[in-house]
Design a protein around this ligand. Structure first.
Ligand code: SF4
Length: 314
C-alpha cells in the first residue's frame, strides 16, 4: 500500500481520536525522556497524575542532577519501580556533564535507555525520522503488515525495514508513532476491535479476527504470576512499596518494626527471613541504608530525617 495513503488514513483517525497528553505538547528532550521513563511499566492515566508534579520539583536536567536518592524517591512515590527514578537522575547528572545526545545511538549508549526509548526521544524531541517499536506498535504493525495476530519482538527487524512504508519523508511523520500508540490503546488492543479500525481494509490480520478464527493465547488472558511469599495475599512488589513508604514517613525505623507494620499477618517465625531479604535487597539497590539495626532512606541526613518525620505528604 502507498505510504501516503496509509499514513493519511492513520493521521485522519488520530486527528479525531488522538489523546491530548502533556508530553505531546513539548519537544524538550528532558520532558520527553521523563515521560518515556514514567510510561515504562506504568499506565498513561497514572503517569499524567505524576508528570506535572515531577516537573514542578525537577524542571530540568540540572535540578534533577542535584537531587539525592531520597529526594528522587520521595517525588517518584506512587509510580512504583523506583529504580527508574534513580536511573533518570543518573542520566541527568551525565547530561549536565556531557551534554544531550543528538543521535539515536547516543541516547542508546546511556545506562537505562533501551532501543525503544532512544528512538522515542530522538523522534519526539529531535525530529528524527525513526520508528520507536514498543509492544503496542509491534502489535499493530505485526498484524497490519504480516497478519500475525500476536506478534513478538523477534519480528522487530522486519518491522524496522519497512519504516519507509509508513513514515512519510516530510510533514507529520513524528506523529505516526503517536497515532499508532492510540490506535493500539483504543482499537487494536490485545483483543482487537477490527470492525472500528480505520486500517481494516489494508490489514492482513483483520479477516482472521473478524471471522473469529483466531485463538487467544492463554497468556493474553492470564497475567504471569509475580514473586510472592507463601501464604501472602500480595506480591513482594506491594510489600517493598510499603517498606519504602513507612521509612519515608517515619524517617528512621528499626528492622524489627518493619514486618509487623507493613504486613498485618506478620509472623516472625515464618516471615522474618522473607522480610529481611526484601529490606536487604532495598539496601543493595541504594534505596535504603542501615546503621545499628535502624534503616533510613539512603542519602537522608539527620536534619533531613527530622523534616521527613514531620512531613505528611508522602
Ligand atoms: S484491522 Fe484489526 S488487527 Fe488490523 S490493525 Fe485494525 S484493529 Fe488491528
Amino acid at each position: 500500500m502507498d505510504v501516503h495513503t496509509l499514513s493519511r488514513k492513520l493521521l485522519r483517525w488520530y486527528d479525531r481520536h488522538g489523546r491530548d497528553l502533556p508530553w505531546r505538547r513539548t519537544s524538550d528532550p528532558y520532558r520527553i525522556l521523563v515521560s518515556e521513563i514514567m510510561l515504562q511499566q506504568t499506565q498513561v492515566d497514572r503517569v499524567v497524575l505524576f508528570y506535572g508534579r515531577w516537573l514542578k520539583r525537577f524542571p530540568d536536567w540540572r535540578a534533577l542532577a542535584r537531587a539525592t536518592n531520597a529526594q528522587v524517591i520521595r517525588v517518584w512515590a506512587g509510580l512504583g519501580y523506583n529504580r527508574r527514578a534513580l536511573a533518570l537522575r543518573d542520566i541527568a547528572r551525565r547530561m549536565t556533564r556531557e551534554g544531550v545526545p543528538t543521535t539515536v545511538e547516543g541516547w542508546r549508549s546511556l545506562k537505562g535507555i533501551g532501543a525503544y526509548t532512544a528512538a522515542a526521544v530522538s523522534a519526539f524531541a529531535q525530529g528524527a525520522r525513526v520508528l520507536p517499536i514498543d509492544t503496542n506498535i509491534r502489535r499493530v504493525l505485526g498484524r497490519l503488515w504480516f497478519g500475525i495476530p500476536y506478534p513478538d519482538a523477534k519480528g522487530d527487524g522486519r518491522l524496522q525495514k519497512r519504516t519507509n512504508d509508513l513514515l512519510p519523508q516530510h510533514g507529520r511523520f513524528a506523529e505516526i508513532p503517536q497515532a499508532l500508540f492510540d490506535l493500539a490503546t483504543d482499537v487494536c488492543k490485545k483483543i482487537p476491535q477490527c470492525a472500528h479500525c480505520p486500517m481494516r481494509g489494508d490489514c492482513k490480520a483483520a479477516e482472521k479476527f473478524l471471522s473469529g478464527r483466531v485463538r487467544i493465547p492463554r497468556q493474553m488472558v492470564k497475567r504471569p504470576a509475580e514473586r510472592r511469599h507463601a501464604g501472602k495475599p500480595f506480591p513482594n512488589r506491594i510489600y517493598r512499596g510499603r517498606i519504602l513508604k513507612l521509612v519515608r514517613e517515619r524517617g528512621r525505623v528499626k528492622w524489627s518494626e518493619v514486618g509487623p507494620t507493613v504486613d498485618e499477618a506478620y509472623n516472625p517465625d515464618i516471615d522474618r527471613l522473607w522480610m529481611e531479604g526484601m529490606i536487604t535487597q532495598l539496601i543493595h539497590e541504594h534505596f535504603l541504608s542501615t546503621h545499628q539495626q535502624v534503616i533510613s532512606l539512603q542519602g537522608v541526613s539527620q536534619k533531613r530525617v527530622k523534616h521527613v518525620k514531620g512531613d505528611k505528604t508522602a
